[in-house]
Design a protein. Structure first.
Length: 714
């Protein structure tokens, strides 16, 4: 063999390996870690109670005899001619026959909730009449929704979709490749794969405005039977709550309180109480407040302890049930707020009601959470409280109006000055001990500052505002501080209508400490993550709703006050002060051990015992603890995100009488395994492979031509 022949043989061997590499990797989905958007950003688990799951339960209720628990249901939201609608679908298994059915339902959002608009039935092994399909067998729920919106309605509505939720994590397997086609990194044509819904996690929007694809957090469920039982339990809770989805969701709050996304239910006395597993009828659950936060303990994740007051009198069974439901709401609000405060940067923790600033009501992400709603509604409530305080029929109001008379006597009828009031935290008294933080007192206060109208601005009776008069401004500020703020501050810190504001502020204090002492684990991973989709609003409230209420009161004289004066009847208009609630800056004021033991005796002991059972302290309050699960050992356990692709197994449960014993899904999502070459359209891969094969053929042919004939020279 000549040197040239040896080189050619080695070259052929190298090309063969390269071709094999190209062939085996062509079309393989990219590893998520190398994509611009990581999978845990655009695909996120959410607990039962997410508002987007409500139409899925309505769908299951409408078709309960035809959609078994093992078949996945998916929901996608979109606007059609300005009307908010959703499409709800369920998958069909591979071996479906004409007796196996699925439905495509369209709901529109009405005054009373999701209202059915249309429902179309499809059967297995039959052509649906859209999407060029000969059958819907083995078409998953997400793909069915895409094909229906693409071609079944006479217009393409796939680009109008902006939110989606699947009961089960979307699959990554042939022939559906749901996860791949939902992936926002799949923004170019990759041959077999297209971007089904470009509005889902729209990369053209700011990061905080992008909506991820959601799926239900199934916690500890690993086998198909366990997942089916969990989905059925959601539906059973929905029925038990009289088809009141929000009430049903609160019934599951015991498992959600203190549990970061994807970790499964938390454990402890509070979880047992809120789930109804223990009877604590002597506790007023509506007074639950977060009072202790600690990092991961032995065998547990982050720990939380709440306290609650004793119930007054002897509550009836109905009273106890109502209070328990209120407690679920209170505990979930505090827990969700804690995680929201961790995930969002502190500088976003504000709201603002100013009639001249409709674009600065609340930071967008905060406005999509219950915590943001609480802050904004507390701001409006503060203005209403102020308006009631200044009414001249009250003792405080008479003093205030007398002070205004003095203001006008000194500085004229039109000083054109008002005040801005806003709620801010006072330093919170805390005690750090044994790896945790006791939140002993977290007072709020109201600040006030003068605000002048610009000189020349129209005033009352055709007059114009004079030049700024600082003395008049200080006089008005002093009136507020003397006559109005003391009562207002007291109400903010004690009145029932501000209880939710105090509750989310306690969570803000706990989150501030946790930021500085994060340790490791799922909760620490939330810090400054910037997403809040796991803790959404529980209703259809929008920040603009509260703003519009404020503007209506501001402009339409809701608090016009008429009073008799010596010169006859004169009308004074009380103009709302504008301000907000600002939790961006939180200061912790540590107390020493002696003060802690004297002023809060037994608190440390009660908190420590509260994780196994309800524990009373000497003040008569009861402590209830809850602990998140410990961080999974990623070396020994499967990735929690690699939830079983149970949709691929649903053919075991296409009929209601399917037997038990279905095996769990196969390996975790292949997108996260191994290495890959860059994505290219399939046509390009075929051209590359064909070209290499042609080169190999030409080289082999050249070698054969150069091979010496028998009897020739060596």
């Amino acid at each position: 063999m000549t040197a040239r022949q040896g080189f050619l043989r080695r070259f052929v061997a190298a090309l063969t390996v390269l071709i094999t590499l190209f062939v085996t990797t062509a079309g393989t989905p990219a590893r998520a870690a190398l994509d611009p958007v990581p999978r845990d950003a655009w695909l996120q688990p959410v607990p039962f109670g997410n508002p987007l799951y409500e139409p899925a339960l309505q769908y299951r209720d409408a078709h309960r005899s035809g959609i078994p628990w093992g078949r996945n249901v998916a929901v996608f939201l979109y606007y059609d001619n300005g009307v908010l609608k959703c499409i709800v679908t369920a998958s069909l298994p591979p071996q479906a026959d004409s007796l196996t059915r699925t439905w495509v339902d369209i709901y529109r959002r009405g005054a009373s909730g999701w209202e059915p608009e249309s429902s179309v039935e499809y059967r297995g092994n039959q052509a649906p009449g859209f999407g060029g399909l000969t059958t819907l067998n083995d078409v998953h729920a997400e793909k069915l929704a895409y094909l229906y919106l693409k071609s079944a309605l006479g217009k393409d509505l796939t680009t109008a979709v902006f939110a989606g939720l699947s009961e089960l994590i979307p699959c990554s397997r042939a022939p559906n490749f749901c996860q791949t086609n939902l992936n926002p990194n799949n923004a170019i044509d990759r041959g077999l794969f297209v971007r089904w819904f470009p509005g889902l996690y729209d990369m053209t929007l700011p990061a905080e405005a992008r909506t991820p694809m959601l799926y239900l957090d199934i916690g500890d469920a690993t086998t198909l039977d366990e997942i089916k039982a969990l989905i059925k339990s959601f539906y059973d809770a929905y029925l038990a709550a009289g088809r009141d989805y929000r009430k049903a969701a609160r019934a599951f709050a015991g498992a959600q309180v203190g549990a970061p996304p994807g970790t499964g239910p938390a454990n402890g006395a509070l979880a047992d109480a809120l789930a109804g597993r223990t009877d604590l009828g002597g506790i007023d659950f509506s007074t639950l407040e977060l009072r202790y936060v600690a990092g991961p303990g032995a065998g547990t994740g982050t720990r939380f302890a709440f306290d609650a007051a004793a119930a007054k009198g002897t509550p009836t069974a109905a009273d106890s049930a109502t209070r328990l439901d209120q407690g679920r709401r209170a505990a979930l609000l505090a827990s969700d707020a804690f995680f929201v405060w961790l995930s969002l940067p502190p500088e976003t923790n504000w709201v603002n009601l100013n009639p001249n600033q409709p674009d600065q009501i609340v930071e967008k992400r905060l406005g999509s959470t219950e915590a943001g709603k609480v802050l904004l509604e507390a701001d409006l409530r503060m203005k209403t409280t102020l308006a009631a305080e200044v009414h001249p029929d009250t003792a405080t109001g008479r003093k205030y109006w007398a002070g205004l008379d003095t203001l006008r006597e000194r500085y004229g009828e039109q000083p054109c000055v008002t005040v801005r009031t806003w709620i801010v935290p006072e330093p919170a008294q805390v005690r750090e001990e044994n790896g945790g933080l006791y939140i002993l007192d977290a007072p709020l206060t109201v600040r006030v500052e003068r605000v002048f109208l610009e000189p020349g601005t129209d005033a009352v009776d055709g007059a114009k505002c004079p030049a700024r008069n600082e003395a008049a401004g200080k006089h008005l500020e002093d009136l507020y501080r003397t006559y109005l703020l003391p009562a207002l501050i007291k109400r903010v810190n004690t009145a029932p209508e501000y209880a939710d504001l105090r509750r989310v502020y306690l969570s803000r204090v706990g989150a501030e400490w946790y930021r500085a002492n994060p340790g490791t684990g799922p909760v620490a991973d939330l810090i400054d993550r910037g997403t809040v989709h796991a803790w959404p609003l529980k209703d259809d409230w929008k920040p603009r709703t509260t703003f519009d209420k404020y503007v209506t009161s501001y402009h339409h004289g809701e608090f016009t006050i008429v009073r008799d004066v010596k010169r006859g009847s004169k009308v004074y208009r009380y103009t709302y002060s504008y301000g907000g609630v600002d939790f961006a800056q939180v200061n912790l004021a540590p107390v020493d051990e002696q003060t802690f033991r004297q002023r809060w005796p037994g608190a440390a002991d009660a908190a420590a015992r509260s994780f196994t059972a309800a524990a009373a302290d000497p003040s008569g309050r009861t402590w209830l603890g809850v602990a998140a699960r410990a961080q999974p050992d990623t070396e020994a356990q499967p990735d929690t995100e690699a939830q079983p692709d149970t949709e691929a197994q649903q053919d075991a449960d296409t009929q209601p009488d399917a037997g038990p014993g279905a095996e769990p899904a196969a390996a975790p999502d292949a997108e996260r395994d191994g290495w890959h070459l860059p994505h290219l359209p399939m046509q390009v891969w075929l051209m590359i492979t064909g070209g290499l094969l042609m080169i190999l053929y030409r080289i082999r042919r050249a070698i054969r031509r150069r091979r010496p004939s028998p009897g020739g020279r060596p």
